[in-house]
Design a protein around this ligand. Structure first.
Ligand code: GLY
Length: 216
């Protein structure tokens, strides 16, 4: 399991990777925001969660319960991420994934790596990606969004970032949010499920692809 979580005001980051037996990995990532490490992998992630007083679990039992509920497609790919802006103007991002089916033991994808599967800076914006982890990491897609937001809208920034995947292949989608509350998203995969809402328009908009949003 790979998890990342970060706060945009102080640039605190926390993530655990290749972790087993941590009941809520996002809680562990959040606990790390107030500690020095940015990313802890493997057995150390479970030890960190235990030290933070978080709930542990039997890793094998949890995987068996989850897998019994999932289709084969869900087992292959199950990343969820979010970017939020609160009423105080604070941005935060979080992303959680089961990784990719068939990966090598100990493999770490993009999700817990700052600048790859996520990034957040209150002065610039927040971004989260989902998709082919190695390619997202090689192209540091979230970092590219951060730089692109200087000149582009969030949607354009995610599109510009994804365009770099053309050089190496790979499918992904990303979401971005600015400190002004502008939302943008894009994907080069066939589908990319997204939902967003704001205090001005609280009824959630839910789409399975960009074309669905454009045809709505
Ligand atoms: N994007 C999730 C992973 O590759 O692990």
């Amino acid at each position: 399991m790979l998890r990342g979580d970060d706060g945009g005001r102080t640039l605190q980051r926390g993530a655990i990777a290749a972790a087993k037996g941590v009941h809520n990995p996002i809680a562990a990532a959040k606990a790390m925001l107030f500690d020095k490490p940015v990313l802890i992998a493997g057995d150390g992630a479970r030890a960190f969660a235990a030290q933070a007083g978080l709930r542990l679990c039997d890793p094998d039992a949890l995987i068996a319960v989850h897998d019994a509920k999932r289709s084969d497609a869900e087992k292959r790919h199950d990343t969820v991420g979010c970017v939020v802006l609160d009423e105080r103007g604070l941005l935060a991002t979080a992303v959680s994934t089961g990784g990719l089916e068939g990966s090598a033991a100990g493999r770490v994808g993009d999700s817990p790596q700052p600048g790859c599967g996520f990034y957040c800076d209150n002065n610039i914006g927040g971004a989260v990606f989902s998709g082919d982890g190695e390619e997202i990491a090689r192209m540091i897609l979230a970092a590219r969004v951060m730089y692109a937001l200087d000149d582009l809208s969030p949607r354009e920034a995610v599109e510009a970032s994804l365009a770099h995947l053309d050089n190496i292949g790979g499918e992904a989608g990303g979401i971005a949010l600015t400190p002004e509350g502008k939302v943008g998203w894009a994907h080069n995969s066939d589908h990319f499920a997204v939902a967003y809402a704001s205090s001005d328009d609280p009824s959630p908009k839910v789409y399975l692809s960009k074309s669905e949003e454009q045809n709505a």
